[in-house]
Every structure is written in structure tokens, then in C-alpha cells.
Design a binder for this molecule. Structure first.
Ligand code: HEC
Ligand code: HEC
Ligand code: HEC
Ligand code: HEC
Ligand code: HEC
Length: 481
């Protein structure tokens, strides 16, 4: 009879399996705690970071993974509507669409206007554009094209602001330095101001060096969002504003104190990806005092007067003489009208998705089109195959693009009709009401064209705005005798 009776065999087997399991569990837990330790020491405190550390390479010594992604914004790419092409030069929007030359006639945008590129290029591209080399521009242009946090504070100290560079940004003296410097640098001629900065947007513009929390540092945004908070416009996608409104309002709305982390994940981008005025006649302004919608911003501009009392306009159209408005990249405003914002989805959710590196989850600092990484940017929330998601984006973008083409045709036809009317002797006075319609049509068309998602950030809103633009252009034609 075999010694290994069934019961014996069974207990031996159980013992072996149990031992195996224990070993496995122990190995796993050792591995896990190793990984946890790795995650904890993910930031190597190699160098001390202060409120004066501008160079992101310094920050990169402590946070090499984020720095690596940040540097990769120099990689060129293109999608159907995004990116700037993979050649040496950014694609020209004017060559792509010659109608824009008529639409922007007489404005600097008609001489040089390219597709945007990655963050690594923002300062070089600004210094090189003919809009800067052939037209006088103010130092205020640098607000969104350079790491300005330290430069502004240093300039503010020179202007007599109190305190030192050691003050944390949120303190009263540091805030005074920042705002005084912002005003002073903004007024300098571009060529002088640009000598005060060396880097494109850097870690310090979005992060607190003590603790790495997210923060907003751009004065234009701080002032603009405080004005938005004082308005009555509902902001369901920014609940901290609605909460502030219910409080005693003893101080202005202050994103760095009031906003949630999820809100800051959009606000750090809203520091620059917004509509603004930046010219010789006024301080850099974000026009949000009545709300973020296209007609609210238009109303804000229409009520704004230049120091000489004249109604606000961006430029006088060369062919018609109408005083018109130019929209600039209103990504934050358009996103605000979309379903994603309404559902609490932030810019960073799509444009800076988490990437796994070993046991670590880091936010991709390689900011770019989410269509290049649908798995991480979209499929974390949407359980559809990649091809299906890409097709949904494509439907939105192609429809927006087609409608925008019609709006451009309508506006160019209005411009030509006004030109003809002028040749027939109609005076500017007689044409006044038609100029207003050109202004409205131009503003709406440009709000969608200058926005960089080709309708994706708020598809219904983009279509609504374009439909209004077409209507105003046609009303203008009908109003001509
Ligand atoms: C739900 C996801 C999502 C959110 C949220 C989102 N975006 Fe986008 N964004 C996209 C998609 C998709 C595109 C189109 C990309 C393309 O055409 O290649 C895009 C395009 C862009 C572009 C042009 C990209 C390029 O490659 O040229 C910019 C700039 C941009 N978004 C900024 C923002 C900002 C700023 C916010 C927040 C205020 C934001 N986005 C919120 C998905 C998102
Ligand atoms: C300091 C201002 C600033 C901030 C803050 C900023 N951007 Fe940008 N962004 C720019 C400028 C300027 C460009 C265009 C640079 C160029 O064309 O040279 C740009 C380009 C882009 C592009 C196009 C990339 C490409 O390779 O074509 C995307 C996408 C983008 N930004 C998204 C974001 C998101 C998302 C955030 C927030 C996490 C953000 N940006 C924060 C100023 C800023
Ligand atoms: C409120 C922030 C902000 C200010 C102020 C600003 N820009 Fe930009 N700029 C951006 C953003 C965001 C982009 C990328 C999105 C785009 O190209 O539409 C950009 C893109 C550009 C580009 C690359 C694409 C192109 O248009 O050819 C140039 C050049 C440029 N800006 C020049 C200027 C000049 C000149 C000024 C001053 C008159 C200025 N910018 C002021 C935010 C700003
Ligand atoms: C345009 C704004 C912006 C800039 C510039 C920026 N970051 Fe970030 N960073 C973010 C956002 C958004 C997050 C996500 C934070 C969150 O969800 O709490 C983040 C997160 C982080 C984190 C936390 C861990 C993680 O990956 O989520 C570290 C560390 C970090 N960034 C380091 C850096 C460094 C280093 C630089 C400069 C090389 C830098 N960041 C530049 C916006 C920025
Ligand atoms: C953090 C979660 C989240 C991420 C990331 C996200 N979405 Fe969404 N998406 C939502 C929610 C929530 C809705 C609203 C749908 C609802 O309420 O049923 C939505 C709606 C949509 C819609 C329909 C509404 C519209 O705007 O037309 C499309 C299309 C869409 N998402 C595509 C995408 C794509 C493409 C990406 C990646 C670039 C993406 N989403 C990333 C959560 C997300």
C-alpha cells in the first residue's frame, strides 16, 4: 500500500500551495512597498526651489519626469486641425485660407498668422513674428509667451513695491510686486521688455515652489476672473465662484485661495488660452466682467472706451473703414460653454493625462493634442474603441469647419459689397449701420476661427455662433441700397 494515502497527499498539497501563496504574497508586498517608497521619493530634493527659480531645468533636477515631458513640447506634429505641421516652419493660416487676408485687411494678422506650436516655441515665435518685427508692439505681449512671474516681481521692486523676492507669492508684498511689475513691463516697448525674460512658460508660473501645489500667477487672469466673479453670470462649471458670491465678498475672488484643485487644473491654462486686449492704448485686459459668452464679451468691449473716449475697437478695416474686433484663442471661454466643463472635466484631464512610469502616475507635461493619445486622454472616461472616439471628434470638427467656411464666404461677400457701395459714393455715415453688422459678423466668425479646437470644446456653441455670424453678414448685404 502506498504511503501516500489520499488524505496525506491532500494535506501535503495544501501545505505546498499555502507555502507558495505566502511566498507570493510576501514577494508582492515587498514589491509594493518598494514601489510605494519609489513613489514617495519620486521628487529628489536635489536643489532648493525658491520664488526666484525661473529656469525649469533647475526644477527638472527635482522632478525629472515632468521636466522631460515639458521639454517634449518641442516635438512638432499635426492632426487634421491641430498642431502646426512637422516641417521646420509653422503652417501659415493665411496660406491655408486666403479669405483671411481680406477679412483681416489692414491688421497685423493679415501679414503673418500661423498655426500654434508647442509651449517650447512660445517666446521664439513671438520674437520672430512679423507682427512684432514690422509693427510696434507693447511689452504686454510677453504676459502669455514667457515665464514672467519673477520678471514682474523684480520690475515691481524697482518700481518701489515693498518686500523682497523671498516673500511667498500669496503674501501682500509679493502681490504688490507682481501687479506693479505687470503694469510697468506691459508699457515698455516690446524690444526692451523682452530683454527681461529668458524662458517660455515655466514650472514657477503654475506651481508653488514650496510644496508644488498648483497656482495661478498671471495678473491678467487674476484680475479677469475676479471681474467674472463680481458679475451675475452663472458659472456652474466653476462652483468656487458661486460659493464666493454667497459669502461676504470682503475681498475679491482669489483662485489661489478659493478654487478647488480640479478648477485649478483648467485655470492654469486659462492664464493664457483666452480672449484679451493687448495693445498700446490700455493695460492687458481679459474682458469677463459680464460673463464668458461671445455676446457678453462683445458687450464688454462695446462699453469699453479708450482713454480718448472713443469706443473700443481692435482695428479699422482697410477696405470698408469699419472699426472691428479681433478675437484671440478663446479656449477657456469656449470650454466653459461645453458639456465637458459642465461635467467637471478639466483642460488637464484631456491635455495632460496621467502616464504610468513604473509604479508612478505622473501628469504628462507633454501638453499637446489629446487625439495623439486617445487611450489616456479619453478612454479613462469613455468606454468606446479609439476609432469610434476619433470618429466622433471628426464629425464635430468637419461640421464646424464646413459651417465656418460658409461664414467666411458670407463675410467676404459683405466686405466686397461695402467696397462697391463706397465706390458708388455712399458715405461712412450712411454706411454706419452696415459697419455695425460687419463688426458683429467678424467678431463671431473670429471667435470660432481663433479658437483652437475646431468646435470640439463646445460643439453646439460653436455652431450657434457661426449661424449668427452668417446671419449678420447677410443682414449687412440686405441693408445696402
Ligand atoms: C474633453 C477633452 C478636452 C478638454 C476638457 C479640453 N480640450 Fe482642448 N482639445 C481637445 C481636443 C479633442 C482638441 C482637438 C485636437 C486636434 O484637433 O488635434 C483640442 C484642441 C485644443 C487646442 C489646440 C491643440 C492643437 O493640437 O493644436 C488647444 C490649444 C486646447 N485644446 C486648449 C484647451 C484648454 C486651454 C482647455 C481648458 C480651458 C481645453 N483645451 C480643454 C480636447 C479637450
Ligand atoms: C504662459 C501662457 C500659457 C499657459 C499657462 C498655457 N499655454 Fe498653451 N500655449 C501658449 C502659447 C503662447 C502657445 C503657442 C506657442 C507657439 O505657437 O509658439 C500654446 C500652445 C498650446 C498648444 C498647442 C501645442 C502644439 O504643439 O501645437 C496646446 C495643446 C496648449 N497650448 C494647451 C495648453 C494647456 C492644456 C495648458 C494648461 C495645462 C496651457 N496650454 C497653458 C501659452 C500658454
Ligand atoms: C492672453 C495671453 C496672450 C497674450 C497677451 C498674447 N498672446 Fe500670443 N498667443 C497666446 C496663445 C494662447 C497662443 C496659442 C494659440 C494660438 O495660436 O491661437 C498664442 C500664439 C501666438 C503666436 C503664434 C501663432 C500666430 O498667431 O502666428 C504669435 C506669433 C503670437 N501669439 C504673438 C503675440 C503678440 C505679438 C502679442 C502681443 C500683441 C501676443 N501674442 C499676446 C496667448 C497670448
Ligand atoms: C501650464 C501649467 C504647468 C506648468 C508650466 C508645469 N506644470 Fe506641473 N502640473 C500642472 C498640472 C495641471 C498638474 C496636475 C496637478 C494636479 O492635478 O494636482 C501638474 C502636476 C505636477 C506635479 C505633481 C505630480 C504629477 O505629475 O501630477 C509635479 C511634480 C509637477 N507638475 C512638476 C512640474 C515641473 C517640474 C514643471 C516644469 C518643468 C512643471 N510642473 C510645469 C501644470 C503645470
Ligand atoms: C474625465 C472624464 C472625461 C474625459 C477625460 C473625456 N470625457 Fe468626453 N465626456 C465626459 C462626460 C461626463 C460627458 C458628458 C456626457 C454625459 O453627461 O452623458 C462627455 C461627453 C463627450 C461627448 C459628447 C458631447 C460633445 O461635446 O459633443 C464627446 C463627443 C466626448 N465626450 C468625447 C471625448 C473625447 C474625444 C475625449 C478625449 C479627448 C473625452 N471625451 C475625454 C467625460 C470625459
Amino acid at each position: 500500500m502506498s504511503l501516500l494515502t489520499r488524505p496525506v497527499l491532500r494535506s501535503v498539497l495544501i501545505a505546498v500551495v499555502a507555502a507558495g501563496c505566502t511566498a507570493l504574497v510576501m514577494a508582492l508586498s515587498a514589491n509594493v512597498s518598494e514601489r510605494q517608497a519609489e513613489a514617495k521619493t519620486s521628487n529628489f530634493n536635489v536643489v532648493p526651489l525658491t520664488e526666484a527659480t525661473v529656469d525649469s531645468a533647475e526644477w527638472g533636477k527635482n522632478f525629472p519626469r515632468q521636466f522631460d515631458g515639458y521639454q517634449r513640447t518641442a516635438e512638432r506634429y499635426s492632426t487634421r486641425f491641430g498642431g502646426s505641421g512637422s516641417e521646420g516652419m509653422a503652417v501659415s493660416r493665411l496660406t491655408e485660407d486666403p479669405r483671411l487676408v481680406d477679412i483681416f485687411a489692414g491688421y497685423a494678422f493679415s501679414i503673418d498668422f500661423n498655426q500654434r506650436q508647442g509651449h517650447a516655441y512660445m517666446l521664439d515665435d513671438q520674437r520672430a513674428t512679423k507682427r512684432v518685427t514690422e509693427r510696434p508692439q507693447p511689452g504686454a505681449c510677453l504676459h502669455c509667451h514667457a515665464s514672467t512671474t519673477v520678471a514682474y516681481r523684480e520690475a515691481g521692486l524697482k518700481q518701489g513695491a515693498t518686500g523682497t523676492m523671498a516673500d511667498p507669492l500669496q503674501s501682500a508684498p509679493a502681490r504688490e510686486q507682481l501687479m506693479k511689475g505687470f503694469e510697468a513691463v506691459g508699457k515698455l516697448p516690446y524690444a526692451e521688455a523682452t530683454k527681461l525674460v529668458q524662458h517660455p512658460v515655466s514650472c514657477i508660473d503654475c506651481h508653488d515652489p514650496a510644496g508644488m501645489g498648483l497656482r495661478v500667477t498671471k495678473p491678467g487672469f487674476l484680475v479677469g476672473v475676479a471681474a467674472l466673479a463680481r458679475s451675475d453670470e452663472p458659472t456652474p462649471h466653476l462652483p468656487s465662484i458661486e460659493k464666493w458670491r454667497k459669502g461676504n465678498r470682503a475681498r475679491d475672488y482669489e483662485p489661489n485661495l478659493d478654487a478647488s484643485r480640479q478648477e485649478l487644473r483648467s485655470m492654469v491654462c486659462g492664464q493664457c488660452h483666452v480672449e484679451y486686449y493687448c495693445g498700446p492704448k490700455m493695460t492687458l485686459t481679459y474682458p469677463w466682467g459680464k460673463g464668458l459668452k461671445v455676446e457678453q464679451i462683445e458687450a464688454t468691449w462695446n462699453e469699453t472706451k479708450f482713454p480718448d473716449g472713443h469706443r473700443f475697437f481692435d482695428w479699422k478695416h482697410e477696405k470698408t473703414g469699419a472699426e472691428v474686433l479681433k478675437a484671440q484663442h478663446p479656449e477657456f471661454e469656449m470650454w466653459s460653454q461645453g458639456l465637458h466643463a459642465r461635467s467637471g472635466v478639466s483642460c488637464a484631464d484631456c491635455h495632460m493625462p496621467y502616464v504610468r512610469e513604473g509604479a508612478m502616475k505622473v501628469s504628462s507635461h507633454h501638453v499637446r493634442s489629446p487625439l495623439l493619445d486617445v487611450t489616456r486622454s479619453c478612454q479613462t472616461c469613455h468606454r468606446f474603441p479609439e476609432a469610434e472616439l476619433l470618429s466622433r471628434v471628426s464629425i464635430i470638427q468637419e461640421r464646424t469647419h464646413a459651417l465656418m467656411g460658409r461664414a467666411e464666404d458670407a463675410l467676404v461677400q459683405l466686405i466686397k459689397a461695402i467696397e462697391a457701395a463706397k465706390k458708388n459714393g455712399l458715405t461712412d455715415e450712411q454706411l454706419g449701420p452696415v459697419f455695425e453688422l460687419q463688426r458683429k459678423a467678424q467678431w463671431r466668425l473670429d471667435f470660432v476661427n481663433a479658437e483652437n479646437s475646431m468646435g470640439f470644446h463646445a460643439s453646439q456653441e460653436a455652431a450657434r455662433i457661426l449661424a449668427e455670424s452668417i446671419d449678420y453678414s447677410r443682414q449687412g448685404e440686405l441693408a445696402l441700397p
